[in-house]
Write a protein that binds this ligand. Structure first.
Ligand code: GDP
Ligand code: ZN
Length: 378
């Protein structure tokens, strides 16, 4: 028997463990959608050997077994394509059609079930198949495999910040909130793992002496990242940032209050994003950016403005993997005496030697240690 990669096959999936049903407030759209397939007949409840109540059901998927994520088998003739602009919670999102029309969609329950380890099944930037349910509404029936992601850990689940983007612009202010190189390193690891190019943007440079920002800028420029120093007050670096964004799909990530929305407004004033005042007492800033949203830039390209994160926890990065995401470590790893060297305490460690010789920046090595030793990512 020949098995075509396109022919649907059956797999069994676990539903989320039963939770106490929560009362939901009315959805932001008037459309509701009944998933007729998800009837009681298709869903079975059974007791596992351990006595846990699980719910399993059979779904049709496409693609060879073991070949990446399964894609739900859907009737493509009834579906349209689109790109997710933003998602609100797990169920509602705005989708842009290839012709530039905007539709409001709900997410089919099965799609959410398959993504049960994720904070949301559908994120800004996702390519989706959807079925129309009205003139400006529809149901997302499949999320296509993501070619790149930028994500973090959030309450033991993966929070994919954005998908299918070319680059992550990691925005850190030189002061206010204070610069934390360890945070840059975490975002860089996330970008390296997710397969997106990274740009380091040091913002609010009007607030300090130029000489004080050079050392940290040098650390990242020397290892091959594009570094741009910006100020929306003096206009420094904005032309260069625009050049880096033009024609690309980028996500702007960084703590709340570092000036992401101000930068986007400076690059494209027509977007008129709300900005915030840093609260004087905490220095942490208040949240103003709502949800991650894919925005079209008038200079060409797309940008995802993200809600500021207070912490950047890495998602699903094994300790042994971390060295591989510190690009300047790679040439020195073969010098380590032990093949399983963690570069923390071992004798004859090529990485520690390179740090002593000034070939690897101390702050980067510290960033590595902090990730390995698992601090909270502050
Ligand atoms: P976001 O949370 O990252 O989007 O940050 P906002 O764009 O809302 O900016 C936070 C605060 O920093 C606001 O009070 C801005 O006016 C201020 N800010 C943003 N960029 C600059 C800058 O280049 N220089 C200075 N001095 N302040 C800035
Ligand atoms: Zn080592």
């Amino acid at each position: 028997m020949t098995v075509s990669g396109k022919r649907p096959r059956k797999v069994r999936v676990d539903f989320q463990k039963k939770r106490t049903p929560r009362r939901r407030s009315a959805p932001p759209t008037p459309h509701t959608w009944e998933d007729s397939e998800e009837s009681a007949a298709a869903t079975q409840e059974r007791l596992t050997g351990k006595g846990d109540l699980t719910r399993r059901r059979t779904v049709l998927v496409e693609g060879e077994e073991g070949a990446g994520e399964p894609r739900l088998a859907v009737d493509e003739a009834r579906c349209l394509r689109g790109r997710v602009l933003y998602a609100i919670g797990a169920q509602h999102c705005a989708v842009q059609t290839p012709e530039g029309r905007r539709v409001e969609c709900v997410v089919r329950r099965l799609v959410r079930t398959l993504a049960r380890d994720a904070r949301s099944a559908v994120v800004a930037g996702d390519e989706v198949l959807w079925e129309p349910t009205g003139p400006d509404s529809g149901v997302i029936v499949r999320v296509e495999p993501r070619r790149s992601t930028i994500s973090r850990g959030s309450a033991h689940r993966e929070h994919v910040i954005a998908a299918n983007i070319d680059q992550a612009v990691i925005v850190v202010s030189v002061v206010d909130p204070p610069l934390k190189p360890a945070l840059i390193d975490r975002f860089l690891v996330s970008a390296e793992k997710g397969g997106v190019r990274a740009v380091v943007c040091l913002s609010k440079v009007d607030l300090i002496e130029p000489a004080d920002v050079q050392p940290i800028a040098g650390v990242y420029a020397r290892i091959g990242y594009d570094v741009v120093l910006t100020s929306v007050v003096t206009g420094q670096g904005l032309a260069r940032l625009r050049e880096l964004l033009q024609g690309r799909e980028s996500v702007l990530t960084g703590q709340s209050g570092v000036g992401k929305s101000s930068l986007i407004n400076a690059i494209d004033p027509s977007l008129e994003l709300p900005t915030q005042e840093v609260s004087a007492d905490s220095g942490k800033g208040r949240h103003t950016t709502r949800v991650a949203e894919l925005l079209s830039l008038s200079c060409g390209g797309w940008i995802v403005d993200t809600p500021g994160v207070r912490q950047m926890q890495l998602w699903n990065v094994a300790p042994g993997e971390v060295e591989g995401y510190f690009r300047e470590f790679r040439p020195f790893v073969p010098d380590c005496r032990f093949p399983d060297c963690t570069h923390t305490h071992e004798e004859g460690c090529g990485i520690q030697r390179a740090v002593h010789e000034g070939l690897i920046a101390t702050t980067r090595y510290e960033g590595y240690l902090r990730i390995l030793l698992g601090d909270a990512g502050r």
